[in-house]
Design a protein around this ligand. Sequence first.
Ligand SMILES: *[C@@H]1O[C@H](CO)[C@@H](O)[C@H](O)[C@H]1NC(C)=O
Ligand SMILES: *[C@@H]1O[C@H](CO)[C@@H](O)[C@H](O)[C@H]1NC(C)=O
Ligand SMILES: *[C@@H]1O[C@H](CO)[C@@H](O)[C@H](O)[C@H]1NC(C)=O
Ligand SMILES: *[C@@H]1O[C@H](CO)[C@@H](O)[C@H](O)[C@H]1NC(C)=O
Ligand SMILES: *[C@@H]1O[C@H](CO)[C@@H](O)[C@H](O)[C@H]1NC(C)=O
Ligand SMILES: *[C@@H]1O[C@H](CO)[C@@H](O)[C@H](O)[C@H]1NC(C)=O
Ligand SMILES: *[C@@H]1O[C@H](CO)[C@@H](O)[C@H](O)[C@H]1NC(C)=O
Length: 812
Amino acid sequence: MLTPPSPLLSTTFSFSMNCLLFVALLQAALVVCSTNSKSPLSPAIENYDVLQYVNPLIGSRNGGNVFAGATLPYGMAKAVADTDSPSNQGGFVLDGSRITGFSSLHDSGTGGQPSLGNFPLFPYVSCTDDQVNGCAYPKNLRRTTYNPNSVVASPGYFSLIMSSGIQVDMTTSHHASLFRFRISSNQTSSPLILLDLTDLSDSRQDNGTISVDEATGRLTGHARFLPSFGSGSYLPYFCVDFDSDAGIRDHGIFVNSRASIDAKNLTVSRSINGYPLPAGGFVRFNHRQTHTIQARVGLSFISSDQACRNAEDEIAGFDFDATRSAAVSQWTEKIAPIRVSTAGVDSSVLTNFYSGIYRTMVNPQDYTGENPLWSSTEPYFDSFYCLWDSFRSQLPFLTIVDPSSVTRMVRSLIDTQRHLGWLPDCRMSLCKGYTQGGSNADVVLADAYVKGLSDGIDWEAGYAAVQKDAEEEPYDWSNEGRGGLASWKSLNYIPAEDFDYVGFGTMTRSVSRTLEYSYNDFTIAQMARGLNRTGDTEKYEATSGYWRNLFRADQNSFISGTDTGYRGFFQPKYLNGTWGYQDPITCSEIDRSGRACSLQNTGAETFESSIWEYQFFVPHDMATLITLLGGPTQFVNRLDFLHDRNITYIGNEPSFLTVFQYHYAGRPGKSTARAHFYIPRFFNPTPAGLPGNDDSGAMGSFVAMAMMGLFPNPGQNVYLITAPFFESVDITSPITKRTARIRTVNFDPAYNNIYIQSATLDGVPYSRNWIGHNFFTEGGELVLALGPNESNWGSAVGDVPPSLSLVGATEF
Ligand SMILES: *[C@@H]1O[C@H](CO)[C@@H](O)[C@H](O)[C@H]1NC(C)=O
Ligand SMILES: *[C@@H]1O[C@H](CO)[C@@H](O)[C@H](O)[C@H]1NC(C)=O
Ligand SMILES: *[C@@H]1O[C@H](CO)[C@@H](O)[C@H](O)[C@H]1NC(C)=O
Ligand SMILES: *[C@@H]1O[C@H](CO)[C@@H](O)[C@H](O)[C@H]1NC(C)=O
Ligand SMILES: *[C@@H]1O[C@H](CO)[C@@H](O)[C@H](O)[C@H]1NC(C)=O
Ligand SMILES: *[C@@H]1O[C@H](CO)[C@@H](O)[C@H](O)[C@H]1NC(C)=O
Ligand SMILES: *[C@@H]1O[C@H](CO)[C@@H](O)[C@H](O)[C@H]1NC(C)=O
């Protein structure tokens, strides 16, 4: 086991000494040191309850697909009302769709098939004629509307009133949910609650089982289901106990529309003639005019016994309020490291910000102790859904505010590679998810490495894992690793219509895969450098330049028959070295060609984004890219064209960095302006307020980091400085307890003064338009003087972030 030099690889600057190092072009360096000791921070930001500004319903309609229900940070139990919306990937959708049940496992913000949603409960006020056969059991018959004004969601809590009048609230511990059903009825009949052996996608496989305990009415069982966007299957277990003031009347099982109180055990098939067979168990309760029935749902991926133990340990006394307040405490503690000044800003701005932060911690999910696939003392996290989304800003954000959790996630990724052979690019429900582009776990590991995460991380094993991505082609590279490595090594690009008989995967995306593999290799080089592997460092720095091989200098771009005037775009290239052609706007927001841009075999040479947008994906060598694109002015014009002409789609992650890449052309003010162009117009604190799938909190992290005024270039020790949306921002490292403060002068809540005029760091003038991770671990005060016009702050050649071709990786 080997750890990187603490706390950072970079030795070029140290904030603790008040030294600034300006890396000038041509590698000339000037060190400016202050002999003053660090100036004290200005008075602390006022304390307030941040959870009042968290609205879990943001993104709960219009394709945000967020999980809007009750959960703990990284919690496995996720309780919510599931609806029959066509966009119910996260379970609940606030779009007038009908409730089909209340289930306890979910993902958040995903695409793919609706994920998890296993073992829904469904309550009935009574069954017709008080007969168990008088209830409508199948999902499509039982589904009911709810009062949209009754929906209440807050961290650790979700509640609504069904059209049957039943009020349902729910909260969770880490592996168990607690549902409280409040039922009123003047009839003398019995309420019934069923458990359906189903999931959101009706993907149940063979031999789901349920048993009803004669004495207690406890429901235990399991069933096998399919993952949302991946291969294989998963097998969750449940254990449900009821707590009712009226007592249990009887119980049994149901199949399809028929039920029995005599049968107590059921093993059910997958589907009948393709139609998913409704089947499960139920418990009826004695009549009372007003009932409170609680259902405690223990969950496990190991066994029903473990599901029962989880519930008994975590929610011993069915104490709803205590369970809820424990959840509130955990959320409060997790969000505590980051606090912004409320001065002048509307509460909607605060809600946008803190809700984004909240969503970064809903997924991934901590399944430690619940992994049936291998035994290990390492942590196990699931729902990296997908790293292609979360490497860009979600995991970097968590590295700032919750480094100990990211450390555990990295250990989990390395342990996953140790046992399954490969790092995932995507993972959900204990299954391998599909790879969308590169091997982006490489970026995740490198980001953690260059930011000094070390506690218990076996970095030698981590390095071996990323190096394997670069060197060895898996047989099935649709699930892991990279395809086309033979061509990559001999031709130095991924060819369109590659010939690859070593491994198998979707033979598309040659342009975006070339760009992603190049960047992945750069991040591997950074780790190699830190681990003193000089040969590897040079090798992967060289291969990180392969993106150039697909740059076609004379390529033009016409939009609706009009020449955009820009020359030089990436293009596909065949095995024989001949250029192919993909219109640079194909797969963009304004593409009307109808071409498949996802994982189809007929797909494009770019994944879910256009050549126009991928044109900017050279995060490690922007200086060379800017030169190829005609210099800083042309580059800035192109970025403006990308955004102003709606070519980019801010609702998908490849757009994120393009908002801030003006920094590399010495125009950091335009990055701030661009952040304000998108927030709140495309990200606002309403249920329809997200422009696309939240993708496990990726969109949430974009909002959080853009609004705090520091955006990461992931995999590098670089944060791009923009004006925050608040007068000041405090980020206190949970590990070192040091506070990094960003304070503005001339803050204007109307956001006319959004341009940085000058800056100081700990009292010393600071002209670089970026900052390193030391700011967060060591603390300090970055003061930004704002004004209404763009200034020349951060515009000099020595002020821009590092690029490989200019300064070498040591300066990152
Ligand atoms: C039960 O009857 C009472 C008195 O008639 C009435 O106020 C109440 O609304 C009824 N409740 C339900 C659930 O029907
Ligand atoms: C399901 O159960 C049947 C009957 O016990 C058994 O023959 C079959 O192998 C089981 N299928 C699976 C996938 O476990
Ligand atoms: C259900 O299964 C349990 C455990 O196998 C058994 O003890 C019980 O008798 C069964 N109940 C019925 C009604 O078959
Ligand atoms: C790499 O080499 C430097 C200089 O010799 C040394 O200080 C450092 O500890 C080494 N790092 C590792 C990870 O071996
Ligand atoms: C190269 O390969 C492509 C795709 O198969 C083909 O269209 C093209 O004609 C070839 N070029 C030459 C020079 O052989
Ligand atoms: C871009 O899209 C927005 C709506 O999202 C629209 O208002 C605007 O006119 C579009 N701009 C162009 C140049 O098409
Ligand atoms: C900002 O620029 C505008 C337009 O050039 C100019 O009229 C105005 O005086 C400038 N404001 C400041 C504070 O420099």
